[in-house]
Design a protein around this ligand. Sequence first.
Ligand code: IMP
Ligand code: MG
Length: 173
Amino acid sequence: MKVDRVLITAEDIDAKLAEMGAAITADYDGKDLLMVGVLKGAFMVMADLARHVHLPVEFDFMAVSSYGASTKTSGVVRILKDLDEQIAGRHVLIVEDIIDSGLTLNYLMRNLRVRAPASLELAALLVKDGVDRPPLEVRYEGFHIPPGFVVGYGLDYGEKLRNLPYIGVMDEG
Ligand code: IMP
Ligand code: MG
């Protein structure tokens, strides 16, 4: 297991998060914003994106699992940790690291919509191209990346490599 090459540098990630944060700041001005991070992968995006959001925002986290220790989706989504807070009437922005099959987000959006938030939007740092997925409207998206397994900046391979400050491509050979 090793990282083959850098796909997105730490500098490019931060520049993109600054753009996304500025858009979020403008869009949610005067609204009661709750940013919901999807653990574990989104912990780094959440921390860095939040620093570019200049609003009295609150935070909550959910932990879900859709993958085992492998690099292929199982199609099964389990809620490992639910939200601490109720979201009825609140403006909820889900923050994700990556959208691959879209199964996790598709499930999460449906699950949260039932709780009657005032609005429910999605921010994702990465969207994988070349994947058949259910329609998902990503209001704030960072980078489109080619198919293939990536690691770093919150994304793991067998729970390792989340702490890389950049997004790297795995050598799956
Ligand atoms: P999805 O349900 O297939 O869209 O992906 C759900 C989760 O799988 C993401 O939130 C990531 O945690 C993980 N994942 C998807 N693609 C990758 C990847 O290329 N590297 C590491 N984790 C990934
Ligand atoms: Mg994972």
